[in-house]
Design a binder for this molecule. Structure first.
Ligand SMILES: NC(=O)c1ccc[n+]([C@@H]2O[C@H](COP(=O)([O-])OP(=O)(O)OC[C@H]3O[C@@H](n4cnc5c(N)ncnc54)[C@H](OP(=O)(O)O)[C@@H]3O)[C@@H](O)[C@H]2O)c1
Length: 264
């Protein structure tokens, strides 16, 4: 058993109502971390919080907020501090995804995508790092995406920006006992995005959604199974732990061996 050593610490997970964010919140709560989950829709946050409390017995705070609003982000962090006394771990994960190639998207689509993801992550990082500095301890984990390596649409540029922002924060905060790392979560089979991806591919290629879904189900990566949200969440938990104190400014892809790219 890994001794994560983070029981009693406080985490914020943005986009914690669904998919990968919810799985990260569950993993952190399972280790005794007090978790605040944030997203826009309160009803979905409450459902996720009830599930996490039931499964882990942990403390879960629901704070609705829109990551495109600096005022909302400031208010959200203030509520977490009022409830739990500080913030030790930040998992930036909230995002929307405009499906389209570079030119199929409008300039407003591009800007909206950056505003929620890259700039949303930036807003939360700026709000929490002074709290972490006070305790000379902190963990920032930014969920990016492998489009950073492959390019395409607005996701490649958005996720690349996040990787570079992560490195920049890691460099400035290392002296304060704060690490900042990024995770590419692969394409988990159990998120709401999966059927959307099939619809998008169908529109792009003219093939049926059923045919594309069947192909995805047959396309098993080298480890013998597709990943699910709990897989990147395990890595996020490790990066949030005491054990990961020497890892900062890095990016880790969780892709079940599906990527043949060599990054060094
Ligand atoms: N799933 C994949 O295949 C995949 C692949 C690569 C990278 N990723 C990345 O992994 C992360 C999570 O993906 P996912 O598939 O789990 O996402 P998801 O199921 O679409 O969930 C997105 C979460 O973000 C919240 N959110 C969206 N816009 C927001 C806003 N403006 N303010 C606050 N919260 C907002 C959503 O709740 P509300 O809508 O209620 O606000 C929800 O909780 C994202 O950063 C995504 O880009 C995912």
């Amino acid at each position: 058993m890994i001794d994560y050593g983070i029981a009693g610490k406080t985490a914020i997970v943005t986009g914690g109502s669904r998919g990968i964010g919810r799985a990260c919140a569950m993993a952190l709560a399972s280790q005794g971390v007090n978790v605040a989950i944030t997203a826009r829709r309160e009803n979905l946050l409450e459902e996720a919080a009830a599930d996490i409390r039931k499964e882990t017995g942990g403390k879960v705070l629901v704070v609705p907020a829109d990551m495109t609003s600096t005022e909302d982000v400031k208010g959200m962090v203030a509520k977490v501090v009022a409830e739990f006394g500080g913030v030790d771990i930040l998992v930036n994960n909230a995002a929307s995804f405009p499906y389209g190639t570079a030119l199929q998207l409008s300039v407003d689509d591009w800007i909206a995508h950056f505003n929620v993801k890259a700039f949303g992550y930036l807003r939360t990082m700026f709000e929490v790092y002074p709290l972490m500095q006070k305790n000379h301890w902190g963990r920032i984990i930014n969920i990016a995406g492998q489009a950073a390596r492959a390019g395409g649409g607005s996701a490649g540029a958005n996720n690349s920006a996040i990787i570079n922002m992560t490195k920049a924060f890691a460099l400035d905060l290392a002296k304060d006992g704060i690490t900042a790392n990024a995770v590419h979560p692969g394409g988990p089979a159990d998120t709401d995005r999966e059927p959307m991806k099939h619809e998008y591919d169908s529109l792009q290629t003219g093939r049926s959604v059923e045919e594309i879904a069947a192909e995805a189900a047959r396309n098993i990566p080298p480890i013998g199974r597709r990943i699910v949200s709990a897989d990147p969440a395990k890595i996020v938990l490790f990066l949030a732990s005491m054990q990961a104190d020497c890892i900062t400014g890095e990016t880790l892809a969780i892709n079940a061996g599906a990527d043949r790219t060599v990054i060094y």
